[in-house]
Design a protein around this ligand. Structure first.
Ligand code: GUN
Length: 285
């Protein structure tokens, strides 16, 4: 029987700690940290994430403003909104929910956010500082994964880690964070030859490819630790499911994150933490 790594529970206890801290800052600085989320369009996944971010902000005691714009918004107008928020001293964190409509250049939008207010850790300056091991805002999902592994008591140093997926949001940054923890890291992806042969080497397997139940039991080593970043709809049951076939893999591994209730709640919690960090850096400058 595997240990089920409970992200929901850890997220709740971290949010409670943060709420207590936020109450203290409010006394000290006279206001609470303020996160602004920009949502373009009505993609159901994005709407649900943005709602979750607003709810978590409330739980932690942060001010949250959600700016909703239609998917016909021009790039120029979106950049104008970001410029205003960059120059607004009452705004500590800015997040543009991705994906953006095709007519908008996502890289340009991300780079337009002031690095000090980039709570996603996606700005080129934050990405560079992550790879240079300099102080920076860490992307939320990778940060949450490291916290989950540590809380579950998983030793990372010296382990064979395989990350499946090479996105800027998860695969690449989590690989760097695991390398910083002294793991031996392999990054596998859609073009990897004999993926199963590679994933079976993993003591710790991190999967972020966005394909329902893509990792099957035969692709996982006995006793491995499995971190499932996927949030998909099972084409048959229509229920939420991860990138790994949980029911088939759970009996074989030592620990595994569920979907939902694993990595997801930690991502939002780390966003709250990043917003507080941006606020404190500003107040203490
Ligand atoms: N869309 C999916 N994940 C994320 C995320 O972590 N941040 C933003 N801004 N958009 C996303």
């Amino acid at each position: 029987m595997a240990t089920i790594i409970n992200g929901k529970e850890l997220a709740l206890s971290l949010k409670q700690e943060m709420a207590a801290n936020v109450a203290t800052f409010t006394e000290k600085y006279g206001r609470v940290p303020h996160l602004v989320v920009i949502l373009v369009g009505e993609d159901p996944g994005s709407v649900s994430y943005v709602t979750g971010k607003a709810k978590a902000s409330e739980e932690v005691g942060l001010k949250n403003t959600t700016i909703r714009k239609p998917d016909t918004i021009s790039e120029e107008e979106l950049l104008g909104i970001i410029d205003e928020l960059n120059n607004d001293d009452t705004v500590d964190g800015i997040l543009v929910q991705l994906p953006l409509p095709k007519h908008i250049d996502t890289d340009k939008v991300i780079a337009a956010i002031k690095a000090e207010k980039d709570v996603d850790g996606f700005h080129p300056m934050n990405v560079a500082n992550l790879w240079l091991k300099q102080p920076c805002t860490l992307p939320c999902t990778p940060k949450g994964i490291i916290k989950l592994l540590k809380r579950a008591g998983v030793e990372i140093a010296g382990k064979e880690v395989v990350v499946v997926g090479r996105s800027n949001i998860v695969g690449l940054p989590v690989s760097k964070l695991l390398l910083n923890e002294n793991a031996t890291v392999t990054i596998a992806h859609s073009r990897t030859r004999d993926l199963g042969e590679v994933t079976r080497r993993a003591d710790i397997l991190v999967v972020a490819i966005g394909r329902a139940k893509f990792i099957t039991a035969d692709m996982v080593k006995e006793g491995a630790v499995v971190i499932d970043v996927g949030v998909n709809r099972d084409p048959e049951s229509k229920k939420l499911c991860g990138d790994v076939d949980f029911a088939a893999i759970e009996p074989k591994v030592s620990a595994i994150t569920p979907v939902p209730g694993g990595v997801g709640p930690m991502t939002i919690t780390c966003l709250m933490e990043n917003t507080i960090e941006c606020f404190l850096r500003k107040m203490e400058r």
